[in-house]
Design a binder for this molecule. Structure first.
Ligand code: ZN
Length: 141
């Protein structure tokens, strides 16, 4: 956590801005928009926006040439929907069925359900992020 604090301080963030701008998870990295690798490769002088991001969103976006936050969020949404589809099957277990299970299987199913809920929260956050951007584009009247 010390390294994270230093990174945030370097960019002028205060300690309470720790939510990933895309998925709402704890942010432990900074995402450069557009990606530094892209502007360096193109030898372009670009202004970068730096936003807090969790490690998974940041590494999933990597050097994708997506210049707007909502485009980046949409890319993540599509990737995560596929990536987390495997957790869908564990939701069908109800509480009584889980109670009947023993030891490791019970722990495994509960862990999967916890992951599934976390995934649902992140998907909702990404959708909200995209909706907010769409709202910005609507005419004000
Ligand atoms: Zn994230």
């Amino acid at each position: 956590m010390k390294r994270t604090n230093k990174t945030y301080k370097k960019y002028g963030y205060v300690e309470h801005t720790y939510s990933c701008v895309y998925c709402g998870e704890l942010a432990d990295t900074l995402d450069h928009v557009p990606p530094v690798a892209i502007s360096a490769n193109l030898d372009l002088e670009m202004k970068h926006m730096v936003v807090p991001a969790c490690r998974e969103c940041n590494s999933t976006l990597h050097d994708k040439f997506l210049l707007r936050l909502d485009d980046r969020a949409e890319h993540l949404l599509n990737r995560y929907k596929t990536k987390y589809k495997k957790h869908d099957s564990t939701v069908a277990w109800d509480e009584d069925e889980i109670e009947e299970l023993s030891g490791h299987l019970k722990t495994y199913i509960r862990g999967c359900q916890h992951e599934y809920q976390r995934f649902r929260d992140r998907i909702d956050h990404l959708r909200q992020r995209i909706r907010l951007s769409e709202h910005d584009l609507e005419p004000l009247d």
